[in-house]
Design a protein around this ligand. Structure first.
Ligand code: FES
Length: 351
């Protein structure tokens, strides 16, 4: 529409007062509208949940099952890299992380493996009860243990720690890198995925069972590593701690590891947590996490990784000074109670 005022309704050139009033009102409305902030559609949170089903259950060792997951309609799944994991949402609502241990080139299935923990309860027991056809929501793959391109590798896996390492070994072999794998465990029968490893050059794989050779130390596991090797290590905490203590950086060598259990608490001091304003106060010793202590009183408190990266255990802090120990702590009045702690006084949590 032109901004000029038309002749009056009878065709005269003089400006008609009625049309002038209508035009002025219209222009005013346009101006007010143009001053309003543009309406921006609110971004919806991205739902990363994939609703998968168990396509295959396979026993890989006495206490280890491998689950192959697929979309019900067989569609292509999000890609992943060696070292990635899935967050699996178990029927009870528990959320657990499991490393992807299949072939990243297979875009229609994911493979994970779960070792049944000795107490026979919790997430591992639930995962062992999943049968073929069961629905399993998962979050799309994430990678907290990236596999870097290098010429030489030493891989060290202990027991179920083979799960992130296996796709790395296979990738290193495909890439023509110079690699070695040391795979340890209580007995040969306790070691999953020996069949998969049998397909690799046998001279590069050393299976080392404790009942044949004794429990290895860190220096023994690192023996023979090239001076510029990338060392990738996953397994029980004592094994990782031994490798870390014996590893000598320099000459281009690098050490990369992933824990399945929380790291020991270093330089912790005792403190108290108060569960909500006016709630009970619980004593947290220097060598225990707030999460462990709180769960004795409130077993419903959610957690998953217990290592400060998944965010499941984040709670609001109502009062007190926090010793923030997680890389993802946000300084926003909340804390991850699996790793972050009090500074010695009282912490009142929004629980
Ligand atoms: S349980 Fe994962 S961050 Fe605390």
């Amino acid at each position: 529409m032109s901004g000029s005022i038309p002749p009056d309704l009878r065709g005269r050139r003089a400006r008609d007062p009625f049309l002038v009033a209508v035009s002025t009102l219209f222009t005013g409305v346009q101006r007010v509208r143009s001053l309003r902030a543009p309406v921006v559609p609110r971004a919806r949170p991205v739902d990363r949940t994939l609703r998968l089903v168990v396509q295959e259950v396979r026993r890989e060792a006495a206490d280890v099952v491998a689950l192959r997951l697929a979309a019900p309609d067989g569609r292509v799944l999000p890609g992943w890299q060696p070292g990635s994991h899935l967050d699996v949402l178990l029927p009870s609502g528990r959320r657990r992380q499991y490393s992807l241990c299949g072939d990243p080139g297979d875009r229609r299935t994911y493979r994970i493996a779960v070792r049944l923990l000795p107490d026979g309860a919790g997430g591992s027991a639930e995962a062992h009860r999943l049968s073929e056809g069961a629905e399993v929501p998962v979050l799309a793959p994430r990678n907290a243990f990236p596999f870097l391109a290098r010429d030489r590798y030493l891989f060290i896996a202990g027991g179920i720690g083979i799960t992130p390492i296996l796709p790395m070994v296979q990738a290193a072999d495909r890439l023509g890198a110079d690699w070695r794998l040391v795979y340890t465990g209580r007995t040969r029968a306790s070691l999953p995925f020996l069949d998969d490893l049998a397909a690799l050059p046998s001279g590069r794989v050393r299976i080392r069972a404790d009942d044949e050779h004794g429990v290895p130390d860190g220096a023994g596991l690192l023996r023979g590593a090239a001076a510029d090797a990338a060392v990738y290590c996953c397994g029980p905490a004592p094994m990782i701690d031994g490798v870390r203590a014996a590893f000598a950086p320099g000459g281009g060598a690098t050490l990369h590891y992933e824990r399945f259990a929380p790291a020991p608490i270093v330089d912790g001091v005792p403190f108290e947590v108060v569960l909500g304003r006016g709630g009970p106060a619980l004593a947290v010793p220097a060598d225990r996490s707030a999460l462990d202590v709180i769960r004795e009183r409130r077993p419903d408190v959610a957690y998953s990784c217990r290592q400060g990266f998944c965010g499941t255990c984040r709670v609001g802090v109502l009062d007190g000074d926090v010793d923030q120990r997680a890389a993802s702590d946000q300084g926003d009045g909340s804390m991850l109670i699996c790793v972050s702690r009090g500074k010695g006084g009282r912490l009142t949590l929004d629980l």
